[in-house]
Structure formats: C-alpha cells, structure tokens
Design a protein around this ligand. Sequence first.
Ligand code: SAH
Length: 502
Amino acid sequence: MQGKVWLVGAGPGDAGLLTLKGKEVLEKADVVVYDALVGQGVLGLIPDSAKAVYVGKRSGNHALPQMEINRVLLDEAGKGRRVVRLKGGDPFVFGRGGEELELLAEQDIPFEIVPGVTSAFAVPAYNGIPVTHRDFCSSVHIITGHRRSDHTYDIDFDALVRTKGTLVFLMGIAALPDICRGLLKAGMDKEMPAAVLEKGTTAAQRRILAPLGTLEEVCGREEIATPAIIVVGRVCGLSERFRWYEKKPLFGVKVAVTRPKELISELADMLRQKGAEVLELPAIRTEPVTDSEELDESIGRLGDGGYDWLVFTSPSGVRIFMERLFLRGDIRMLGGVRIAALGQGTKKVLARYGLKADFIPSVYDGETLGRELARILESGSRVLIPRAAVGNRELVEELERAEGVQITDLAAYHTLYTASQTVDTKEIIEKDEIDFAVFTSASTVKGFAESAGDTDFSRVKAVCIGKQTQAAAERIGMRTWTAEKATLESLTERLIEAAAEG
Ligand code: SAH
C-alpha cells in the first residue's frame, strides 16, 4: 500500500475547533507528527495505535529543522503509512504548510490538505471581537511580526493604515513595540482600540485591551504569555460587550479526565460545554479475559434459563459481555433473566442493546447494590455477575446474605493501567498544568498515579465519584471533592463548586 500524508489544521487550542474531517483522518492515522501549538485536547484524540512524533520546541531546545520534519514525513509515508501532520490553527496561515509539501510533491507522495480554524480569527472570536463589522471596517489583514533573517520587517505600515481594516498580527509579541510605533508613525490614530490576546480558546485565555498609543506601555507592565496575537482596529472596542467565553462556569479551569477511552467523550463534552479546557488522559483500559471458557459456558447456561439475575457493575462489563454473547446467539438469550445495574452509566450502555435495568440501587456502589438486591432476591435465586477480574468484595458478601442464593462471580475483563504517549502526567502535575483531575473509579486513580510515577500528589485536586474513589485519591495524598450522586451531572456540579472555591 502506498503511504500518504494529510496536512491537518488542529485549530487554535480548543479541541472542539478541530474540523470533522480533521478528526476523521486523525483517528485513522498510523503516524502523527505534531508541534507545540497543537492543543492538548486535540492531542488526546491521537489513537493509541498511532505513533506520535513531536517535532516542536522543547524547553530550551530548538524545534526540529524544517528539512528534517520534511524527511520524517517522507520516510513514514515511504513505508506505506498514513501520516497526519498536525499543525496549530490553519496549516497554510503562517504555518509553513507550503514548505512541508515541497519534498512530498517532488517525490510524488500523495497528500491532502485539511484546513483548520486559524487563531487569527478564532482567538478574537473567543474574546468577543468580530474581525469584521459593517459599521467599522471593510477588510481584515493577517500579518506576521516575524523578522527576516537580516532582522528587518517586511511590513508596509503606510499601506496597512490606509486600508482602515482590522489588523491581526501573528508572531508579533517580540515585535510589539515596533508594530505600535510603526502604525503610529504611519498616521494611525493613537486612540485606535487594540488588544493583545493570549492563549486564546484555552483555559489560560487572557486579554489586554488598550488604545494603540498606550498598548506598548500597558504590555510593558505585564508579562505577556505566548502564543498571543495583536489585534488593532475599531472592532476591539466591542470586546467588553460581546465577550462570552470567560462567562462560562468552568472558564479558566483545565481538567484532566481519566476515564477509559471508549467512555471519556461524554464527560469530556459536558465539561467543555461548561467552558473547561479538557485534557483527555485515559488512565485505564479494559481487556476481555483471554481464557473465556467460563464466560462462554455461563452465557450458554443463561440461554437455557440457568440464571434468574444478571448483575452488571460497569459499562465495560455490559459491552464485553454482550459482545461475547453475540458471538453465540442474540438478545433472545436474555429473555427470562432480570437485570441489575450498578448505576446510570451502566444503565445507559444497557439501553444501547435495547435492555432496561430491572434494578438500580439507591446509592451507586457495590455494597449498596449487594445489600438492596439481596432484599428482593427470591430464595434460591441464581445470580450471574460478569465483571472485572479484581472486583469489589462487598457486592458478593452482601448478596450472600440472601437465602439460598447461588452466585457466579465471573471474571469477564481485566482492568489495565494506561498512559498517554503525548502528555507526561508527572510533568503536568509538577508544573501545575492542570487545575483538577476527575476520577470515576478507584482504578482510574491508581492508573493515573502509576502513569505519574513518584511525585507529590498533594498538588492534585481530585473530583471523584464514589466513596471508594475518594478513598483511593486520599490515600496517595490528593485533595478531594466528591460528587453528591454517582452521576456525571453531579460530578460536573461538584467540579464547578470546587473551582469556585479557588
Ligand atoms: N497556523 C497558525 C499560526 C502559526 S504562527 C494559525 O493559523 O493559527 C504562530 C502564531 O499564531 C503565534 O505566534 C500566535 O501569534 C498565533 N497563535 C496560535 N495559536 C494561538 C492561540 N491559541 N492564542 C493566541 N495566539 C495564537
């Protein structure tokens, strides 16, 4: 098979600003080559099966030279791989996208371009600044503040001022004094509204607004964080009225979500809707048991009416059990059995198979499930529990109190710890790069801890579902908040409260 390269715009940071097409090719990639400006939320979408290659700047070190990046693309595609070259914003807007294609074109390597949402437009939008507005301007210009190798600028300030349009400078922070002076000297009104917009569309988004005449001075007093853009034009005056992003309840909060990959998106999306920047950092994954003889036997018995109750304790348990069942038969095998589910997540996955839970406990933990289910079991009931190989003891202990109950506690899957290829958990903890981590089971706490290795977990603020999850987080020293109910909604509310506490 011939390899191919997709040059994909990752957008300015917020993972929601990656295009549908970008997401689709990313999910099918064999190799992903990315640099520093790609948002961590987007990096979280790189499949585990893909090789992720970082070619950006490392603290202190330089980025890989362009020629070498081109080589990596060529080599990987030459091996027949599907290569995604991920770049911040749009790859053709000051992204050197063109340079990366030259070698590929020369060597006849097929490629496609997936445009992205450029920071030049999206960052103003997230700050309530429309880059054009009929009442104020009739053009918008994107300019680089980068100097040429002889240290001079290639900017015609007189021409820019004459356009009367909105000016957006990328890579312009080092050149800010020169840009301000250049525009003023070319005759721009010193009262012209202007803005410096830092780290747009992320939790660290910040804006400095000042008239052009004082922008340099105001920025001189503050430390400007990069990446940042400079916007000059009357539209900047609309920002205070149209600002919206920072009004969201979780704006400014960066959250690591640790659920397994196949379950992560629902919670991640809920938190993003509330304005959080979400880092998807699955800490566990589930794998069906390799020796499935016992499981298959039980499924056979189930089909013959050998069980009265089927108890599921997790969404993964349902998924893995049903997949196995469908290898043998179909949904009719469950005809006579009643079903218990530990909580709402499990119930939702059951619904996907057209199944309703006959019983859900009042509190979503193993102990309560066992105790409350034991009360309604008829004498001699036969109960099948397909669940994690290492499951919670109390569930079975409580169930055994019911009279004559026969319990088959079956290992259906293993829970394995997993770590991200692109994000160093230890580093994000030590550099305080996340405000909170969210845990929905004790195993996610353990997986997260394992991926970080030896570090000071008291720096981590953990928002948890369930007592056992909280206990696991406290045991390693995390500060904890626990959701009132074991639902994602309740978890989100608790996070909003925790964030408000500061
Ligand atoms: N291709 C990119 C731009 C690359 S040049 C795009 O279309 O967005 C890099 C410059 O982009 C940075 O110096 C900064 O000026 C700007 N930039 C990129 N992401 C940004 C962000 N999230 N917030 C503010 N500026 C950003």
